[in-house]
Design a protein. Sequence first.
Length: 367
Amino acid sequence: MGENGIHLAVIDEIDWLLSIQQSDDSIQHIKQLLESGDREGNSNLFCNYALKGGKVYKITGRGLRCVLPKTRFQILRMSHDDSGHFGFDKTYDLVSSQYWFKGMRLFVRKYVNNCLNCLYFKLPGGKRPGSLHPIPKTPVPFHTVHIDHLGPFVKTKAGKTQLFLIIDAFTKFILLYPVKSTKSKLAIKCLQDMIKVFGVPRRIICDHGRSFTSEEFREFCDHIQTKIHFSAVATPRGNGQVERYNRTVLDSLATMGADLDDDCWDENVHNVQLGLNGTLNRAVGVSPSEALMGFRVVSGGLLEPEDRTPLDVTEIRARMVAHTERYQASQKNRFDHPRLYQEAKSYCQNCEDRSERPKFWGTIGTR
């Protein structure tokens, strides 16, 4: 009830989806046939659709998925724009884990490829020199963690200028901590917070930043009996786990904060962390939260999965080991050979003089 005694109607997402389906003639036709139970001449429909809670679902190999009529743009905004502006694989996995509509894969790919914020803020990928040497993974969560600082950013109202990242090498579960500086004591505090929940790591992989080479940091690692492994100087791929996440996190913060003041970047950190842990990671074949806990974390605004029963973590991790080995071999082969670029994708043209012109100029075209 409002301040003046007026009753306020609150519509949750389930009611919203139900009302949307009720306004779509094609969905209502399917619903009426399912409710009638008349399978004569409609056997194919009963094999492909199901009725649950008054809503029409598509029967897929991954379970029931809510059928979307004409609200696919809104679902994509929630799954892409509001969840970190991740690439096609993560966005498609997030949408297809809960919803279904005809031509979903192509629609999601076009949406992601033509997202203006992604085109403007994200850097294009390309072939890197040298060869890739994957680090063998110990199949134990938080046995090995990769750490790094990302920044500096514009100082927030809370005085934060850096982002401290911790990534579990096995499950790819990520923890993000906005911090005031790169001082060793702040990095140690973040690691202590992690240890309270996940235990002491046996190995830490990091670069030669001052915060990690200091006597204070070395003494801390000696105290908890954790070995430090430093990546080669001027070789970011030596700590490739965290370097790849750095780019993803930076892109997500830039795209999600396009409409915010520069000193408010820390407001989206929790959304980025939730999005990364709750979406598919190709390196392990599942989402990091499923790899670690047996279920996928859900961000606000998206439909709750029909089946929230925890999966068998032992079985998941056994599959992960085999999947990771195949993925590393595939990535090494891809990295060590020339890069092939895709055609018919949107792009932005770089400016000739960035000091005097906008970051990009001209029209959006295809190549």
